[in-house]
Design a protein around this ligand. Structure first.
Ligand code: CA
Length: 253
């Protein structure tokens, strides 16, 4: 296997698109397409953005690593034959990373042997080229609905639960209605319970649902959210990590 070596900083970011079919919180799901054939990327971008996804694309392993290091994605579509290395190496890295995301492998390699090695390396699903774009979209949606995916999971932190389909937040058995953006922040902190979430990442998450993001928007939302959680008797607390971001922890009483 050739290690990915060439460095390239350029990551193509497609323009922000309309929010049809996005998460119930109003945030579009972000998918990284790692594919060196421009025409295929274009076809995927068109189909996925029509389905409400925001797409970033990377043509090389190095670009993909750069993108993954600065942006939180909900899923990735990965071609195995990349110019600067083997997609299977990237797959292994994604598999071992802390914020594991579902990966749909898309490749021309159709030998059974390759399918097996791709799936063994941690691919959540596998499609062989040529493919039908509708199939890619439906497979990505299916991956996001799996436990741990961006859709279809109930999150829990202390006595706080968050049904990500119904957007229903509860403290114990009592419903805690939250405005959309506070809900989105809580969801993100709950998905990364016990880990610091940079403020810039939260801004990125709200960016898709905000035309104008004021510099103090996140601190203000967090302030309100924290007060509401405290007032409701939540045993999950938001901590501010000065200059970095926020951290949700469970309080042990
Ligand atoms: Ca390729």
């Amino acid at each position: 296997m050739t290690p990915c070596s060439n460095r390239s900083r350029k990551v193509e970011r497609w323009p922000k698109l309309s929010m049809i079919g996005c998460l119930p919180c109003g945030r579009a799901m972000r998918v990284l397409v790692i594919e060196d054939e421009a025409r295929i990327t274009e076809i995927l971008q068109e189909a996925l953005s029509r389905a409400g996804f925001v797409i970033d694309s990377a043509r090389r392993c190095a670009e993909a690593r750069d993108a993954l290091s600065v942006t939180v994605y909900d899923a990735a579509i990965l071609d195995l034959g990349l110019p600067d290395g083997d997609g299977l190496d990237l797959l292994a890295e994604l598999q071992s990373s802390r914020n594991r995301i579902p990966v749909l492998v898309l490749t021309a390699r159709d030998a059974v042997r390759d399918r097996v090695s791709g799936l063994d390396a941690g691919a959540d699903d596998y499609l062989v080229k040529p493919f039908a774009t509708a199939e890619v979209v439906s497979r990505i949606k299916a991956l996001l609905r799996r436990p741990g995916g961006a859709l279809g999971v109930t999150l829990q932190a202390g006595n706080v639960s968050f049904d990500t389909i119904g957007r229903d937040v509860r403290v114990g058995v009592t419903a805690l209605p939250l405005p959309r953006r506070e809900g989105a922040i809580l969801e993100h902190l709950m998905r990364r319970l016990g880990r610091v979430v940079p403020k810039t990442v939260l801004e990125e998450r709200l960016y898709s649902s905000d035309d104008v993001l004021e510099s103090n928007a996140i601190p203000v939302h967090v302030h309100h959210l924290r007060r509401k959680l405290e007032a409701a008797g939540a045993t999950a607390e938001i901590h501010t990590v000065r200059g970095v971001g926020y951290l949700l922890t469970e309080r042990r009483d």
